[in-house]
Write a protein that binds this ligand. Sequence first.
Ligand code: GGG
Length: 354
Amino acid sequence: MTTLRIAVIGADGIGPEVVEAGVRVLTALTERAPGLDLAFDRFPWGSDYYRAHGKMMPEDGLATLAPYHAILFGAVGDPSLPDDLTLWGLRLKICQGFDQFANVRPTRVLPGVIPPLRDCGPDDLDWVIVRENSEGEYAGHGGRAHRGHPEEVATETAIFTRAGVTRIMRYAFRIAASRPRKLLTIVTKSNAQRFGMVLWDEIGAEVAREFPDVTWDKMLVDAMTIRMVLKPQSLDTIVATNLHADILSDLAAALAGSIGIAPTANIDPTRRFPSMFEPIHGSAFDIAGKGIANPIATFWSAAMMLDHLGHPEASHRLMAAVERVTAAGPLTPDLGGTATTEEVTEAVCAAIRA
Ligand code: GGG
């Protein structure tokens, strides 16, 4: 039996609380899932590390993580540090350093969760949002001149490469092809942004020819927000740029009941490097240390990690346990309950053992 080595980075705010809950349910799972052996190494990187060392992770951090099978990540962001410093110093460094170009965000209404809108119930909303995760608006290309002067200039250039767009389109079409409805919606803003977004449209149409079984359409991102709210049933798999998909997936999480349940997989499909699994949510400093963070997004992300690592049965067992708990409680305050992180974690561990 291969021991799968998991690097655990809690990072900031509620991040360490939810990843420790994740490690607990994964450990409970190893006791019930034959053939699953996990070893966890924790790395104390993030904003506290920055305050002590002047950087979010060590210089050789990527080399340290490279031999791991996967990374379980918490959240980054600290109210006392600039958000761009903390994000680029850790989370984006890992995503871009390991070329985790496919950010996969499944969204559905879990049993027992009451969504905010009547027409976005369990039968209406079952999506996978595929976020381009390596370039676009997050290419990090730009600069500032004449800082602080009235003539100050800042540029932020979105970079779209044929190779980058083609690989995320193929990835998204493959996901759409693997789902029962075989539907893909390509989101851009190609009426106003005449270069990169038009390239997205063109490559979308080219790649579509490789997937004749998939029905696809395209939407402008502004109209897409309306469609997600008013016609959720018309959507299945969605592909969008780094920034657009970031925003759409937060909307999706809210429509499905809470950002506290929404998972992410940052995948390097070539498997040259470890992929990284994390809740969509950030560090939520307003509730950090109160013991009430919802650990379910991390559990769902951990289930995606198990699937990626070749343990679909264990992944299924974990999600079944999560769904038993969302259906019957206990639930954390973001889902209308009064339970703590600890109580939800214990309930999921008990459901795994049942
Ligand atoms: N666990 C996700 C996380 O820490 N997100 C922090 C954040 O600010 N992310 C920005 C982004 O994903 O674009």
